[in-house]
Every structure is written in C-alpha cells, then in structure tokens.
Design a protein around this ligand. Structure first.
Ligand code: NAG
Length: 326
C-alpha cells in the first residue's frame, strides 16, 4: 500500500473513531513514558529556511531533545514564513521543516497549530495528511485535544479570533475557507473548548495557541483572546497558556488566578527591541531566539526557557497534590 494511502486512511479512521464524542474537536492520545513522566519541547515562529538562527535553534533543540528523551514537540504556529504553504508540493515544507529539524533528538511526533502567517497561504494544504507522507512527524490541525495521560493539551486556532485580519487585511489575503463566518466559528469553538476542559480529568491542563494573551513585546496582548478565551481558561483551572506570535521568550503570571502565560516564539527572526509592560506579573522576558523544554510528572511541571545556544535562561516550576486522582 502506498504510504499516502495509509496516512490518509489513518486520518480518516481517527476522524471517524472520535466523531461520537460530545465535542467535535479531534482527539489524540500520546502515551507518557513507562515511569509516568513526559518531556517535550515547544518552539514557535520558525519557518525561515534555516535563516535568522532557525538552524541554530534546531540544533540545540536536537541536543536538549535527546538529553530529555522527549516524547513530542509542540509548534505554536507561524510554521512557514511569510505566507504559509502554497500547496502540499511547496518545497518550503522540506526547506523549513523536514530538512532543518533533522537532529536525532527531534525525530518525534510534532503537534502544530496555525499562526496568522500560515493563514496567508493555502491553509488546507498545511492541514493535509499528504504532508505526513513527506515527513511523518508532521501533524497540524486547527483546534484539537492531545491526551498525554498526565496532561491534556488543548490546541486552539487563535487567528480567526483577531478581528483586524478580517477587516483590515493590509493587502494580505487570509484563507478563511472552512472558517468563515467568524462569529459562528468562534462561538462554536469556545463552546467545544469549554466542554473539553470541563471533561478533562488530567492532572495538568495546558492550552496552546498562536496568539499572545499577555505579552510585553511587539504585539502586546490579544484583546479578543482576553475577552473570549481567557475566562474559560480561568474557570477551568488551566495551568499554562502557551503561545508564540511575539518573537521572544517570556513568562508572565496572572495576578488573579493560578494561570501562567508562556511565550515560545523564538524559533527564528527575533530581536524586535520592543518592551511594553502590562499589569500582570512579568517573571521573565528574553527578546531573542530560543525554545522551551518541559518535564512533567503527575505532581510537577518544570519548564526551562533556553536560548539559541541551549543555555537555560529561566525556569518555572509548579507542583500540585492530586489526592482525588488516586
Ligand atoms: C543569532 O543569534 C546571535 C546570538 O543570540 C545573535 O547575536 C544574532 O543577532 C542572531 N542573528 C539573527 C539574524 O537574529
């Protein structure tokens, strides 16, 4: 059987198997290690054919990925600059992904969301299972749930939330096929995310999206997310919101909840030189390239912010007791 047929059949089978859930969101299971722990990397805003230190970041991700024996990699979007992919045959897929993240330590499943730059290309091709026949690590969906035993990762398609992409596109064409009309898409998505979070029984709940919630860098906060998505995260005790969009690394903690906002958007072009404080608590800000590494157990999370040399710059450690999960 041709690999493309196998990949396609698996994809269809997955869609079929999970369609009976109360939420329409795709669900995937990723097993934890035998000892119940999990480790992973998070990178965002990277696809520049190795330029702007993308290759350097990839090399260090490979080293740390191997050291931690990571289970998977998360991409927070803006996977292919400047305008996503033109089709499933766009060689940017190889030039920015397959031929860059070649290290042994990165030969794991990737889970990706779309960024605003990806929406400027042919979105359906970036979501297409045909890409898995070129590089089997690739999995990009708009919004989906990843059950990784000790943690549920809820991936959210944040680009459609942002009103300005719909109203003042500044000469850019956004591919809203299967998204438009905006209101209906967002209402439905918020409902599904809320249901998924209510149903979640994992010790840790992480939400991953492209756009910032809180950011002291160039793009600042994304008002639409603060208004529509943040209340759902706070109500459901989400531990981390992890995003890209701003090309830096940052850690901000919420003043009125236990939520932490982590930006991992340092996959390539960085050094914007912009710092705009907000009224949540800034714990760490690095304006350059890098990525996050995370190690989880049922009761602890350690997140390290690494620069392009693999140097640890900042660490966030959380612990919890889970008596009711026994
Ligand atoms: C690459 O990384 C180094 C070290 O952080 C930095 O000095 C340099 O400006 C970066 N290059 C680009 C193009 O961002």
């Amino acid at each position: 059987m041709a690999p493309s047929f196998v990949a396609l059949s698996l994809f269809i089978l997955q869609s079929f198997l999970f369609s009976s859930s109360s939420s329409e969101l795709h669900r995937f299971d990723h097993p934890a290690k035998k000892d119940g722990s999990l480790s992973l990397l998070v990178v965002g805003d990277w696809g520049r054919k190795g330029l702007y230190n993308q290759s350097q970041v990839a090399e260090k991700m490979g080293e740390i990925g191997k050291e931690l024996d990571i289970d998977f990699v998360i991409s927070t979007g803006d996977n292919f600059y400047e305008n996503g992919l033109t089709g499933v045959d766009d060689t940017a897929f190889e030039e920015s992904f397959a031929n860059i993240f070649t290290a042994e330590g990165l030969q794991k499943q990737w889970y990706a969301v779309l960024g605003n730059h990806d929406y400027r290309g042919d979105v359906l091709s970036q979501l297409s299972p045909i890409l898995q026949t070129i590089d089997s690590r690739w999995l990009c969906l708009r919004s989906f749930i990843l059950h990784a035993e000790i943690a549920d990762f809820i991936f959210v398609d944040t680009t459609p939330f942002v009103v300005k992409y719909w109203t003042q596109s500044e000469g850019h064409l956004y591919d809203w096929r299967e998204v438009s009309p905006r209101e209906q898409y967002i209402d439905n998505l918020l409902k599904e995310l809320n249901e998924a979070l209510i149903e979640s029984r994992a010790p840790w709940k992480f939400v991953v999206g492209h756009h910032t919630m809180r950011s002291v860098s160039e793009h600042g906060d994304t008002e639409e997310l603060l208004e529509n998505l943040l209340p759902i995260l706070k109500e459901n005790g989400v531990d981390l919101y992890i995003n890209g969009h701003d090309h830096c690394l940052q850690h901000i903690s919420s003043r009125d909840s236990s939520l932490h906002y982590l930006t991992s958007g340092g996959g390539s072009k960085a050094w914007r030189g912009i710092y705009i404080p907000n009224d949540d608590k800034l714990q760490f800000f690095y304006d350059g390239q890098g990525f996050l590494s995370m190690q989880l157990t049922k009761t602890s999370v350690t997140t390290v912010f690494n620069d392009a040399f693999g140097q640890a710059l900042h660490e966030l450690s959380l612990t919890k007791q889970f008596l009711n999960y026994l």
